[in-house]
Design a protein around this ligand. Sequence first.
Ligand SMILES: Nc1ncnc2c1ncn2[C@@H]1O[C@H](COP(=O)(O)OP(=O)(O)O)[C@@H](O)[C@H]1O
Ligand SMILES: [Mg+2]
Length: 228
Amino acid sequence: MTAAEPLLVATDLRKTYGRTPALDGAELTVRAGEVVAVMGPSGSGKSTLLHCLAGIVTPDSGEVRYRGRQLSAMSDGERSALRRTDFGFVFQFGQLVPELTCLENVAMPMRLAGRRRKDAEALAATWLDRLEVADIAGQRPGEVSGGQGQRVAVARALVGDPRVVFADEPTGALDSLNGERVMRLLTEAAHDTGAAVVLVTHEPRVAAYSDREIVVRDGKSRDMERVS
Ligand SMILES: Nc1ncnc2c1ncn2[C@@H]1O[C@H](COP(=O)(O)OP(=O)(O)O)[C@@H](O)[C@H]1O
Ligand SMILES: [Mg+2]
């Protein structure tokens, strides 16, 4: 497969919660290494689209293919294995484990994958350094700022060398300066490693870090030509 071929292809996704339609024919293609911003107002279906792309939520109809394989045709075990090996996640509120240090949080995905503590923590340390938060390695998430915590979360998402990073409002809880810093570090790291990024945001300033924008409205998505 070449870099230009699509990594993730979602076709005609529909999903209803009770009587609330969350997705109503959404489509999205993500190519290797590109940063795609998914924009749209609150409640428009952005998070549901991201969860379908990542195989966390199964759509009522339509399909998601990852490297040609249909996610809904995989077993739960295969899908969770795929999320561990190929995907990384960053959420609005870091969702770091409060009992672990920042270093241990970043090392955790590798520990779960069976890596030795020493190796996992050495690699985690290089990622904390890259995200410019090496100085808080020994602190717990409750002891660091929101911006520092999000940079730790980005390090944790990238440490396993994922092909796709899913980021849902990663700067939503940060002031603009820290938000920009997180976005710059996330997109630089993704470009360096070749990971694609699916970035959900409702802030145009954050979407400006993407290569391409998709707008979701009432569960329908539309590709936007980048205006720049
Ligand atoms: N787990 C859920 N249960 C019930 N309704 C949900 C659930 N998730 C999302 N919804 C509804 O689906 C619609 C789209 O939600 P969501 O994808 O979270 O939008 P966005 O991320 O753009 O704010 C909203 O009306 C929301 O209330
Ligand atoms: Mg959302």
